[in-house]
Design a protein around this ligand. Sequence first.
Ligand code: AMP
Ligand code: ZN
Length: 114
Amino acid sequence: MDCLFCKIIAGEIPSTKVYEDDKVYAFNDINPAAPVHILIIPKVHIASAAEVTAENADIVGHIFEVAAKLAKEKGLDNGYRIVTNCGDDAGQSVHHLHFHLIGGRFLGLKMVED
Ligand code: AMP
Ligand code: ZN
């Protein structure tokens, strides 16, 4: 499958790994929006949040567990944001489910652009 993040998991495209286990991979975003900007992805290919089902939803809980652990490790004690963009209106650019873990500065109060 021609998927950038599947290639990153396979090591075919380089990335800066932050965490890995049998189910998930986490790495630094190449274009960080804040001092900490980590992408946490399932090793299994799921195209987006719209493809989460009763059969594969366990991975989402595990990703949030990893996010909490990484946020503590990175010292994000003052807060952080977890974002997943789904589909064109959200600007999803890589069609492999991923959660942005963003922090290390005040992120603003706006949820979306006007
Ligand atoms: P989204 O726009 O929500 O689909 O997020 C995709 C994210 O992947 C963006 O924040 C990009 O900066 C990031 N990205 C794209 N290519 C790479 C790469 N090769 N390594 C790390 N992050 C990447
Ligand atoms: Zn993929």
